[in-house]
Design a protein around this ligand. Sequence first.
Ligand SMILES: [Zn+2]
Length: 79
Amino acid sequence: MMHCPFCKTSAHSRSSRYLSDSVKHRYYQCQNVLCSATFRSMESVESIIRQPVASDEPDDDFIQAEMDKEPKQRPSATQ
Ligand SMILES: [Zn+2]
């Protein structure tokens, strides 16, 4: 949510469009009927606070077996 740059009323996001994986245009409409301005903002990933958890294989047989059951790691059926 952003405030309208003209009347400072809160504006609703109506749509958005990615320009790249980390940059997005967002289109707003002012909720004040006497203003009704529309405008666009730009959002971007500015910094990474914490990296994703490392995906190394766990040092635990049970956890490794559970991970092997994941559908994405299951070999395709050949029968
Ligand atoms: Zn406005």
